[in-house]
Each structure stands twice: as structure tokens, then as C-alpha cells.
Design a protein around this ligand. Structure first.
Ligand code: ADP
Ligand code: ZN
Ligand code: MG
Length: 479
């Protein structure tokens, strides 16, 4: 049986984070009552004329520049004609022959191997409305329509068929999401549909230069589902081909509950969109000065920032990657590191307690009430040995909940580390007396038991004893 090589290309729709829609002034806010964010333009009423949202263009160009694309000086909106109830105009305004940007790409890393995934193009378009097939008393007979989403600005990002496994595709989508959210271009919310992915999959005999027939899996709304859907599709293709069958080019949907894809429409049923240039909008012209202004305004990008964290602060690659997952987290870390004067300790706190608490409370870094300067105060007193790291975790929780400073809490609650021999000696003595058996075992060579005694003294001091001093005093007691 010949070995097969999977080939995958992704098409990603990302909602641009504008306040209003792409061709009218209606709000884009999610979750409003149905059909309250609509007007003649986004309802496609006769005579209504579209006016392009300048901020949407800026966001689209920003994304294109960050992804290394060539932003075209002139691009053209086109009508993509098809009939569907969620599309009141009978056409979607998109870009076709002349898209906003071409080329570019993103580097991904899977199991230590780096690879560059090329982009074909990025174009701007409007979203359609939403058909509601469920949730109403007469849903068995009727479909309801909500046009709030109609005319919401999108970019569609099309990749080349460069990926060779489901894992690579999921990584690429993750990287792309990280970038778009980092730029403030998209909110990354896949559940609400502001970021959606279609996967194109084919297989071919390993070593072949030709592409096999592809199928397209629509609207996969999580990284895990994307990977599962592609894996299923690869398996299905190989199975059909090895049994002498042929893959039919078609659009499929992923059923997450079953872990399977199923046919939505075949190529014969595919639309002929009869694209033509949109007569109500002039070509989109982006002059060099405007484009270069947006390029100059790009923030330091995730990869560059991760590299700088390693070079400037001596962080391990693991830390730098984790801390640059979002721009907010990277900012938080960097502010803490600078104020604390100890980047690795700051990194440990942010990767440890901060991320753990965020997860526990379900909040983003922007909602963490503890300012970096305050966290740095805690990092410093642990460094100085004023409090032990065990006590420090408690102090962190109290700082987070009350907004008090570390110094304040340590002073008010008498938490300072006990590094005073005369204060610790009585505790050591009582532990040694209470565990004469363990002492005998240690003297007989069972070194492992030593940590148990250290633990007992720490407990007796309610975590405040200086562990180094405890160790020293216990060693002395053992003799
Ligand atoms: P269509 O005309 O069906 O939309 P395109 O050529 O525009 O197809 O490509 C759409 C997406 O499918 C792109 O991401 C592209 O990389 C990918 N693609 C194209 N051909 C294949 C193939 N044979 N196998 C896998 N992906 C493919
Ligand atoms: Zn409107
Ligand atoms: Mg296409």
C-alpha cells in the first residue's frame, strides 16, 4: 500500500474589531436582541448605498503588514452573488480578482521542526446574517433570521496548501489567532464566531508533486475540533482511495459529537457566484504614506518579543514563549521584571501564581487587580529573605483579593521569616524530642527522613522559619 501525504490549506474569517459595520454606521456589538443593529444599508434595501469604514481598512492593512503580505495600492470590491435568506441583498460584497493583500505567511513549529506557511491572500468582505433554526416553539416549521451580523467587517485569510498534518494546521491557526489578537485586529472569540476556520484537505501518494482532489470542511470552531476534523478527513480520503474509490470534491461539515465529517454540498451543487466589480464602491486605494504609517505603528510582534525576552532577560525559551502568548501578559511580565529587578523570579511568579489565579477565577490578564509594581514588591521581599516562598503564596492571594501591598500584609500579620537562631532553637528542640525514632533512623543512615523533620519544624513555625537555618540547626542536633 503506498504511503499517503496529507495536504492542507486553511481559509480563516476574522471579524475586524471596529465599533461599527463595514458599510454603514450600525454597531457590531455581539449579543444584542435580534434585528436591532440594522439599517437600510445592511438590510440591502433598494437605493441604500455602502460607505467603506476607514477603521476596518486600517485594521485589515495592519494584519496584512504584520503577516508580511504585500498590501496592494489598489484593490477592488466585488459582488459575490447567491441567494440565501441570511443575505438580504442577494450578494455579498467581497474582494475577488484584486484583493487587499497577497503573499506573506507565518512560521510554525511542530515537534521542534520549524516551517513557514505561506499566505495566498487577504481580502476584506462583509459578514452575512444568521439563520436561527432552533430555539423557537415553531422551529420545526420556521427559520428565523437575525441580521445584526449582516455587514460586520471581516478579513478572509487564505493559506497556501503548505500544511502536511492536522497538527500543523492546528498550530498555524493558533499562531494566526495569537497574532490577530495581539494586533487588536480580532478578539479571537471562536465561540461567538468572530474567528472561524474552513479546512481544505487532500491526500496524495508520498513524493508526488501533484495535488489530490480536496474536500473543504466548513466552520470548525475550536483548535481541537479543527485537528479532529482534519484527522478524520485524512483517514477518510486514504480509506476511499485504497479501496479503489475516488474522492468527490465537496463541502463538508464536522459533527463534533460524532467526531465525523459529513457532506453538505457537492461540486455540482456549488454556486456560480457571477462575481463582478461592485458599482457602488470605488476601488480602494491605499497610498504609500498611509501604508507606511500603519507599518510604523505595528507593535513588537510575538516572535520578536519572545526572542528579546530570551536575549535581554536571559529567560529560557519556554518562559519566553508562554509569556508572549498575549500582549497583555507580555506587558505584565515586563513591567513586573523591570520593577523587581529580577526577571527570572518575575517570570516564575507570572507563569505560576498569576496564570494559576487567572485560570481559577476565569479572568484575563487585563482584569487582574494586582498591579505589576505590587507584584514586584512581593518578589523583592522574597528575594531579600523577609518571607519564605510558602508564606509568599499566601501573601499573593491576600494582595490579589484586598489590594494591600506585600509589605503591609507581612507587617500586619507578623509573617516575616524567622531567621533568628534563638527563636528557632526551641521549635527544633521540640520536634527532635517528639520524633526520637526518626532521629535514630537518620543516625542509622536513613537520610531520606531528614526532610520530614525540616517539614515538621516549618509546620511548627507556620511556614515562617528560614528553611536554610532550620536545616543547619537540625544537622547540628543530629550531630
Ligand atoms: P476553491 O476555488 O475551491 O475555493 P482555492 O484554490 O481558492 O479553492 O483554495 C482554497 C483553499 O484550499 C486554499 O487555502 C488552498 O491552499 C487550499 N487548497 C487548494 N487546493 C488544495 C488541495 N488539493 N488540497 C488541499 N488544500 C487545497
Ligand atoms: Zn446598518
Ligand atoms: Mg477560494
Amino acid at each position: 500500500m503506498p504511503a499517503f501525504e496529507p495536504v492542507i490549506g486553511l481559509e480563516i474569517h476574522a471579524q475586524l474589531l471596529t465599533r461599527t459595520k463595514i458599510f454603514c454606521g450600525c454597531p457590531t456589538a455581539f449579543g444584542a436582541p435580534p434585528n436591532t443593529h440594522v439599517c437600510p444599508v445592511c438590510l440591502g434595501l433598494p437605493g441604500a448605498l455602502p460607505v467603506l469604514n476607514g477603521h476596518a481598512v486600517e485594521l485589515a492593512v495592519t494584519a496584512a503588514l504584520a503577516l508580511g503580505c504585500n498590501v496592494q495600492a489598489r484593490s477592488v470590491f466585488a459582488r459575490k452573488n447567491y441567494f440565501y435568506p441570511d443575505l438580504p441583498k442577494g450578494y455579498q460584497i467581497s474582494q475577488y480578482e484584486l484583493p487587499l493583500a497577497t503573499g506573506g505567511g507565518l512560521e510554525i513549529e511542530v515537534e521542534g521542526a520549524r516551517k513557514f506557511v505561506h499566505l495566498t491572500r487577504i481580502h476584506m468582505e462583509e459578514d452575512a446574517g444568521k439563520s436561527l433554526h432552533e430555539g423557537f416553539a415553531d422551529s420545526d416549521r420556521k427559520t428565523y433570521l437575525d441580521y445584526n451580523r449582516s455587514g460586520v467587517p471581516l478579513i478572509e485569510i487564505v493559506s497556501e496548501p503548505d500544511m502536511r498534518s492536522a497538527e500543523e494546521a492546528a498550530h498555524f491557526f493558533e499562531r494566526l489567532r495569537q497574532m490577530l489578537v495581539w494586533l487588536g485586529v480580532n478578539d479571537g472569540n471562536m465561540e461567538e464566531g468572530s474567528l472561524r476556520c474552513d479546512a481544505n484537505v487532500s491526500v496524495r501518494p508520498a513524493g508526488s508533486a501533484m495535488l489530490g482532489t480536496k474536500t473543504e470542511v466548513k466552520n470548525v470552531n475550536s483548535f481541537r475540533h479543527l485537528q479532529k476534523a482534519i484527522e478524520y478527513e485524512i483517514g477518510r480520503h486514504v480509506d476511499v482511495i485504497t479501496h479503489g474509490g475516488r474522492i468527490v470534491q465537496e463541502t463538508r461539515l464536522f459533527d463534533a459529537a460524532q467526531g465525523k465529517t459529513y457532506s453538505m454540498r457537492s461540486k455540482e451543487e456549488a454556486h456560480d457566484y457571477r462575481y463582478f466589480p461592485e458599482p457602488d464602491l470605488p476601488p480602494l486605494v491605499i497610498v504609500e504614506a498611509r501604508r507606511e504609517g500603519l507599518r510604523a505603528a505595528l507593535p513588537e510582534l510575538p516572535e520578536a518579543r519572545s526572542a528579546r525576552f530570551q536575549a535581554q532577560y536571559g529567560l529560557p525559551a519556554y518562559d519566553a514563549e508562554l509569556l508572549t502568548q498575549t500582549r497583555g501578559l507580555a506587558d505584565y511580565f515586563e513591567a513586573t521584571a523591570t520593577a523587581a529587578g529580577n526577571p527570572k523570579a518575575a517570570s516564575n511568579w507570572v507563569m505560576g501564581e498569576v496564570l494559576r489565579t487567572m485560570k481559577e477565577r476565569g479572568v484575563a490578564i487585563e482584569q487582574v487587580p494586582l498591579a505589576p509594581a505590587a507584584l514586584a514588591g512581593l518578589v523583592r521581599i522574597v528575594e531579600k529573605g523577609t518571607i519564605s516562598s510558602t508564606v509568599a503564596k499566601d501573601v499573593f492571594g491576600k494582595m490579589y483579593d484586598t489590594g494591600r501591598t506585600a509589605d503591609d500584609i507581612v507587617a500586619a500579620e507578623g509573617l516575616a521569616q524567622i531567621s533568628d537562631t534563638s527563636a528557632l532553637e526551641p521549635l527544633v528542640r521540640s520536634v527532635v524530642e517528639a520524633h526520637a525514632d526518626v532521629m535514630a533512623e537518620i543516625r542509622a543512615g536513613k537520610d531520606r527522613k531528614f526532610q520530614f523533620l525540616v517539614g515538621q519544624v516549618m509546620k511548627a513555625s507556620r511556614g515562617k522559619a528560614d528553611p536554610k537555618l532550620v536545616t543547619e540547626l537540625l544537622k547540628r542536633a543530629i550531630g
